[in-house]
Design a protein around this ligand. Sequence first.
Ligand code: MN3
Length: 226
Amino acid sequence: MGTLAAATPFIGSLASCAAAPEKFEGHKFPDLGYDFNALEPHIDALTMEVHYTKHHQGYFNNFMKAIDGTVLLETPVEQIFTGISKHPESVRNNGGGFYNHALFWENMTPTGIDIPAAFKTAIEKDFGSVDSMKEKFSQAAKTLFGSGWAWLSVNSNGKLFVSTTPNQDNPLMDIVGERGIPLLSLDVWEHAYYLKYQNRRAEYVDNFWNLVNWKVVNSRLEKAIA
Ligand code: MN3
């Protein structure tokens, strides 16, 4: 990985470097990548099953309905987000729900993965330490009012930052305050934790750190600043 200081080439080109596939072959509902019970005890099997097969699938189906017969069928969702203010709310909400959950499943793993050295260095540069980044992210996730997401992203200057978005918005969208490419996502809608944790969102957030796939998070950064 190059140094973050040399990460400027993608300034102004969030749209083209937002982890979009090189050759777009249409919107696809992603595989989960592990069994429903794989993330236990931190996330229970029933929550995973309902979340993936009902919530996520529902967002995908409604997204496909919302863009039916439009040019957006041929447009990678990452690119749609960069101009989301121009599209109907159904595209924003369901496209966000489709994309955000795909990222979320992928940045978790049943088996703990250590933070790659290069990514640790990047975190230390912008947050001082891994612990202070985690603290900032956790605090944001725990205190977000209502439904939404917590994010670790990289901005167009190559700087890592923590943010939250309401509902199914995400940092790629042109309607959020702080824009960047998402590296790590955490769903803090009640449907993500209520069956196991009820109102104890903080416990769910703390346990999330046992599941983070840092290899995936690091590869997203490498792609974003390449
Ligand atoms: Mn969800």
